[in-house]
Design a protein around this ligand. Structure first.
Ligand code: IPM
Ligand code: MG
Length: 366
């Protein structure tokens, strides 16, 4: 994993689209506050990505943005995408910018924790006894698999039809490096790793399973199990507490991390970290840009704030500062502040800015 950066910490901010600018503003405010409290210097610089970048430059990932990210110690990303850009050719879509950022920075390991907070038990659509105590880490491979495999495209067939093609491919090297991150992650948690594949049907999954199994020799203290992806999806909603750490490929990880996220009640609560072999990581909420509520002060900024905490912990090796931010989130929830997505009876409804103010108050009291 990346070498430990030293102060002043250079942070590239990528507000992106939709609710992105509102939620990242909250994260920056609380980061500044924690910085002052802990005597840490953060240098923030904003860059363009997604639809905002398309409008300004024609490209969803301008070269200047990639360069700025490469030269920083960590990247805090909000969200990208919106109706306005949905009909553009694929090369000009906001999503293409995000995928280019991941591959451009070599961010092959995506950590997506799904932790159910006691304060939000009733926000889950599952029964409290099913989700109480859930604490799952999804380790998703992020720069390979069907998202990047060649050939890809929509081709003409000899009989005049069109044929859409994508390729799910993994090399042993790609599987081993994500496997190691997953074993190391499981070791720091409860020591249980479940690898998810479709080895009963796909050769790429057979190789995945063989390599993850072979690597187990180096991590024999970790308890390893395997599940097919369809069964894993079922088990996640049936009995989520059986999971500690899950490792899986890009597409299965995309799907399962949304399901795991929703166990916790709102995808608006969940952060993620994307890390490479070296260089800066990207820290972003699991949720998207929510264009339907953008600019209305309705968004939940907590996933963005928790992503900033992951940036402090995993990107900048500042665990005390990360603890402070995470504690502030727990405090405002204890105090009953709720945005619309996690609102329940008897709680105090706040908007995005109101939640930010509550966080700042909690931090100054800490
Ligand atoms: C995610 C998102 C992205 C993905 C999209 C926006 C390209 O769903 O981060 O999970 O599929 O990886
Ligand atoms: Mg997704």
């Amino acid at each position: 994993m990346p070498a430990t950066p030293t102060a002043p910490f250079r942070i590239t901010l990528l507000p992106g689209d939709g609710i992105g600018p509102e939620i990242i503003a909250v994260a920056v405010a609380v980061l500044k506050q924690v910085g002052q409290q802990q005597n840490l210097q953060f240098d923030f610089a904003e860059a363009l990505i997604g639809g905002a970048a398309i409008d300004a430059t024609g490209s969803p990932l301008p070269e200047a943005t990639l360069t700025a990210c490469r030269q920083s110690d960590a990247v805090l990303l909000a969200s990208i995408g919106g109706y306005k850009w949905d009909t553009l050719p694929r090369s000009q879509r906001p999503e293409t910018g995000l995928l280019g950022l991941r591959s451009g920075l070599g961010l092959f390991a995506n950590l997506r924790p799904a932790v159910i907070l006691p304060q939000l038990l009733s926000a889950s659509s599952l029964k409290p006894e099913v989700v109480e105590g859930v604490d799952i880490m999804v380790v998703r491979e992020l720069t390979g698999g069907i998202y990047f495999g060649q050939p890809r495209g929509i081709f003409e067939t000899e009989d005049g039809q069109q044929r859409g093609v994508n390729t799910m491919a993994y090399t042993t090297g790609e599987i081993d490096r994500i496997g190691r991150v997953a074993y190391e992650t499981a070791r720091k948690r409860q020591g249980r790793l479940c690898s998810v594949d479709k080895a009963n049907v796909l050769e790429v999954s057979q190789l995945w399973r063989d390599r993850i199994t072979a690597l187990h020799a180096e991590y024999s203290d970790v308890d390893l199990s395997h599940l097919y992806v369809d069964n894993a999806a079922m088990q996640l909603v049936r009995q989520p507490k059986q999971f500690d750490t899950i490792v899986t490929g890009n597409l299965f990880g995309d799907i399962l991390s949304d399901a795991a996220a929703m166990l916790t009640g709102s995808i608006g609560m969940l952060p993620s970290a994307s890390l490479g072999e070296s260089g800066p990581g990207v820290f972003e909420p699991v949720h998207g840009s929510a264009p339907d509520i953008a600019g209305q002060d309705k968004a939940n900024p907590l996933a963005q704030v928790l992503s900033a905490a992951m940036m402090l912990r995993y990107g900048l090796s500042l665990p005390a500062a990360a603890d402070r931010l995470e504690q502030a989130v727990l405090t405002v929830l204890d105090q009953g502040y709720r945005t619309g997505d996690i609102m329940s009876d008897g709680m105090t409804a706040v908007g995005c800015e109101g939640m930010g103010q509550a966080l700042e108050k909690a931090l100054s009291a800490s």
